[in-house]
Design a protein around this ligand. Sequence first.
Ligand code: ADP
Ligand code: MG
Length: 248
Amino acid sequence: MIDIKNITKSFGSLQVLKGIDLHIDKGEVVSIVGPSGAGKTTLLQIIGTLDRPDSGQVIVDSIDTSRLSTKKLSDFRNQHLGFVFQFHQLLPEFTAIENIMIPAYIAGTSPRKAKQRAQELLQFMGLADRATHKPNELSGGEKQRVAVARALVNNPAVILADEPSGSLDTKNKEELHQLFFDLRNQFGQTFVIVTHDEGLASITDRTIHLKDGLILPTDSWTSQAAEPSDTDNPVVDPVADVDEIESV
Ligand code: ADP
Ligand code: MG
């Protein structure tokens, strides 16, 4: 389903990823954890073809994305990948159902089919009665569920989520996490989720620990479980993700 081969990435003199290999099967729910600045977002953006690696390959659905032109890549993302961010990034002028339909329109789906698919997804999310609400008329948890529906509308090979529950309270957080597993159990949906949430990481099928640009071997992190995560010190986080600040 997804094959990441020897990915490297530097920003100037800072080498963020030093050779990442990763294979993810269909229907897997994989979490990526690690200290702030470890390169989690960079890796997710590279898997999502939003950024290109300096070297290495990202293969999704047997397609080697490094061979695609910029124009082909945006079609590829639209048809094969779904994204969920920490902040919902719904378009404020559009209703919940319209936000969900937009990627389907872009993919060339007829308005009737797009609407039907969006309605089914809203139903599944328990949001049928919120279809015509705009984002500012939805709670934080509802907005994230609409964002998940939008990510699902074109039946992506994988949903890539960067701190998807990072801005939610405990109840909404747990509901969102449950939704991921419901989608996996019912539809075989694959997820790669960057998270600080130890509760979520502990229930995923597999946890990838990223540190100093590399994936830590499994036996080395079990002994480091007590290491403080950066959620313990959010105020001193030196890399409060640029993309997250921009979206506030
Ligand atoms: P994480 O998501 O694990 O907190 P990131 O992948 O966001 O880490 O960032 C890893 C490192 O790369 C950080 O030191 C960050 O400052 C740096 N970085 C990320 N994106 C850029 C960029 N576009 N330009 C320069 N440096 C970047
Ligand atoms: Mg990040």
